[in-house]
Design a protein around this ligand. Structure first.
Ligand SMILES: Nc1nc2c(c(=O)[nH]1)N[C@H]1C(S)=C(S)[C@@H](COP(=O)(O)O)O[C@H]1N2
Ligand SMILES: [Mo]
Length: 354
């Protein structure tokens, strides 16, 4: 049966079956939200306190990006198939996943469609198990060059062989200490290092080993098939002597009283630690190195802040840029369209009031 047919039947009936997993859709559940305004401010402004090791986005404020509708899965009926060009196809159930060694890890997810200053990014503490031993059990054929990854909502994407065999690929079932919510992939989702969210199916039901992989849903629509996270500094909030405010696409023209100004944000890159974040208050003529934390893994965002004394009333152009090495500095002018959180650094038009 064609996938589309299956889905249409399912929509009419309110349920459908995919590889043994019963899927029902709950139209009341949000399918896309950027959580703008609901994400709390980071507690980074008090300069007498060191930067924290982690800052986690509360689950209820975490962005949601779902191409259709949120499927409602029954954990006991759910299955994960590992098949295609494998010697030993696997059908895993909830108990097999639970029997694997569990680990918790901080990990930042970002949508490739996140504009600089956008909220399609979040950091959470996930709990799950490594995929690699399960792939070893399946005995992937040496001819395999890639994998198709499927979600219960008929979502599909694909990755090259080595990206999935990486020991840092995780299957996760808990988010911030509770089972995944339906919107975020209950009962199981995959985390693949260094890639934007589109490569990481929620409600994962099938991993198919193939010689020639096909493009997935977003990739067919023209989004990057590599989907490697770009090195980026994302300013999030600014504080003057009197008040603190969010820096976002909708509010990138703060007006503050003269005095100490603290700019704070996050930074992220693909698989490499952020080595340095620099900020400028004069449109890029002079740069200052921001204070930053050192996350234990490069898959979690780096927190940073910088304080200036700006007493002269007038207009300032604030910029921030990140680097992982001198060869990989976030450009000031990016000729590509600003996606994946990065552009030629988010430029903030700050006015110091009289
Ligand atoms: N099954 C499935 N997985 C999916 C998607 C989807 O629509 N269906 N969207 C992807 C995209 S584009 C992103 S950015 C992340 C978002 O994860 P979140 O909604 O938990 O924030 O999930 C990815 N995994
Ligand atoms: Mo995305």
């Amino acid at each position: 049966m064609k996938r589309r047919q299956l889905l249409q039947w399912g929509s009419a009936a309110g349920a459908w079956i995919l590889g043994g997993t019963v899927v029902t859709f709950d139209p009341a559940l949000a399918t896309s939200s950027d959580a703008e305004g609901s994400v709390p401010l980071l507690d980074l402004q008090d300069l007498s306190k060191p930067l924290p090791d982690h800052w986690v986005t509360p689950t209820e404020a975490f962005y949601i990006q779902t191409f259709r509708q949120t499927p409602r899965l029954d954990r006991d009926q759910w299955r994960l198939h590992i098949d295609g060009l494998v010697e030993n196809p696997q059908i895993l159930n909830w108990d097999t996943i639970q029997a694997q060694p569990a680990q918790s890890l901080y990990w930042t997810l970002e949508c490739i469609g996140n504009p600089a200053g956008g909220e399609l990014i979040g950091n959470a503490l996930w709990t799950g198990t490594r995929l690699q031993p399960l792939l070893v059990n399946a005995q992937i054929s040496p001819r395999v060059e890639g994998f198709m990854l499927y979600g219960a909502d008929d979502y599909v994407t694909s990755v090259p062989r080595d990206d999935l065999l990486d020991p840092d690929v995780w299957l996760v079932y808990d988010m911030n200490g509770s089972p995944l919510t339906p919107e975020h992939g209950y009962p199981l989702r995959i985390l693949i290092p260094g890639k934007y969210g589109q490569k990481q199916p929620k409600w994962i039901t099938r991993i198919e080993a193939v010689v020639q992989r096909q493009k997935g849903h977003w990739e067919k629509l023209g989004w990057s098939d590599e989907a490697t996270i770009l090195t980026q500094a994302l300013p999030r909030q600014i504080q003057g002597p009197e008040h603190i405010q969010r820096v976002s696409l909708k509010a990138s023209r703060p007006e503050l009283a003269p005095g100490i100004i603290v700019l704070a944000g996050v930074a992220l890159a693909s698989r490499k630690p952020i080595q340095q974040i620099e900020v400028s208050a004069d449109g890029g003529q002079s740069w200052h190195i921001a204070e930053q934390n050192q996350p234990a893994s490069p898959y979690e965002w780096t927190l940073w802040r910088y304080a200036w004394e700006l007493n002269e009333p007038g207009a300032y152009q604030l910029l921030a840029r990140a680097q992982t090495s001198p060869d990989d500095i976030q450009p000031l002018q990016d000729s590509s369209w600003s996606w994946g959180g990065r552009q030629a650094a988010l430029d903030i038009k700050l006015t110091i009031k009289r």
